[in-house]
Design a protein around this ligand. Structure first.
Ligand code: AMP
Ligand code: FE
Ligand code: FE
Ligand code: ZN
Length: 285
């Protein structure tokens, strides 16, 4: 059994359609794949319609959250949520707020770039996003199309870096609220790439313990952005806190170089996740 529980499509900041992502998953020999677009469930129906026989699809999300460390500025954290009821009204409203926040924030980044002479246009970006949930990769794509940088990664390394000149923070969901919402909707909250220092500041063990106390059910341990040491640390934390562990690629199509299935989840851990999710069913034969 090969199980990848974290992927993105063009419904957010990946490049495959949901149907293409599932075909890619099948071609890569996966048995189970989760669809976890940023802050939206808009790809779930297309994934259900396009699911190839034999492939189990886990409906999910990656929710944009924040942890507030005492007296310092908030730390961005990503919360995976699986098998929740997409119609739970309070959770649905919070996702809609996050998508609005993403739009206004990306527009501010584009306006600031344009004001400094970079030939990017908000209307062009919106047209190119084609209704998908907008993120920094879309701004990066606009910079590539404008010829300012050669690749999306170059844009992330310079202009759009989280400590770079055009970065604008988003008002993301308090992670304890995010965990509560996923649980209230019958879902399974899993802390995504929790120690990936390459992405910016990361939280300490006390924050992960507080998340567990708030109802977190799992930690994403095997992730391309984690070192061996970070994985070992998360694995021991998961044992201490009685959390399930996952491994996933965080596939984004051609927006990143990571292939689908680059990291995978242990089948016994997947069974724990399936048993805990009551808001919606996995899609399977
Ligand atoms: P945002 O949430 O809009 O601030 O953008 C974060 C997203 O950018 C992540 O979900 C990744 O998809 C993407 N990302 C982060 N770093 C890189 C990178 N170095 N190259 C390509 N995409 C990246
Ligand atoms: Fe992303
Ligand atoms: Fe993430
Ligand atoms: Zn992701």
């Amino acid at each position: 059994m090969r199980i990848d529980l974290h992927t993105h499509t063009a419904v957010s900041d990946g490049t495959d359609s949901p149907a293409e992502m599932l075909a890619t998953a099948r071609a890569a020999g996966l048995d189970v794949v989760a669809l976890t677009d940023h802050d939206t469930t808009a790809g779930w129906d297309a994934a259900e319609a396009a699911r190839p026989p034999g492939l189990t699809v886990v409906p999910g999300i990656e929710l944009s959250c924040r942890w507030f460390p005492g007296d310092q500025s908030p730390i961005s954290v990503h919360l995976l949520g699986y098998l929740f009821d997409p119609l739970h009204p309070v959770f649905a409203a919070e996702r809609a707020r996050l998508r609005e926040e993403r739009l206004s924030r990306a527009e501010r980044m584009v306006e600031a770039l344009a004001a400094d002479g970079y030939p990017v246009m908000w209307a062009e970006l919106v047209a190119h996003a084609a209704g998908g949930v907008v993120g920094r990769p879309h701004v990066a794509g606009a910079l590539v199309r404008a010829g300012v940088v050669d690749t999306v990664e170059q844009a992330f390394g310079s202009l759009l870096h989280h400590r770079g000149p055009y970065y604008v923070a988003k008002a993301d969901t308090d992670v304890r609220q995010g965990i509560a919402l996923v649980r209230a909707a019958g879902g399974v909250p899993v802390f995504a790439h929790g120690l990936a220092t390459a992405r910016g500041r990361v939280v300490g063990d006390e924050a992960i313990a507080a998340m567990a106390a708030a109802g977190l059910l799992g930690l994403e341990v095997d992730h391309p952005d984690h070192t061996d040491e970070q994985r070992a640390h998360l694995r021991s934390l998961a044992t201490d806190l009685d959390l399930l562990t996952t491994g996933s690629s965080d596939y984004h199509g051609s927006n990143k170089r990571t292939p689908i299935g680059a990291c995978t989840t242990d089948p016994a851990q997947f069974e724990r996740l399936l048993a805990a999710g009551t808001g919606t069913a996995a899609l399977r034969d």
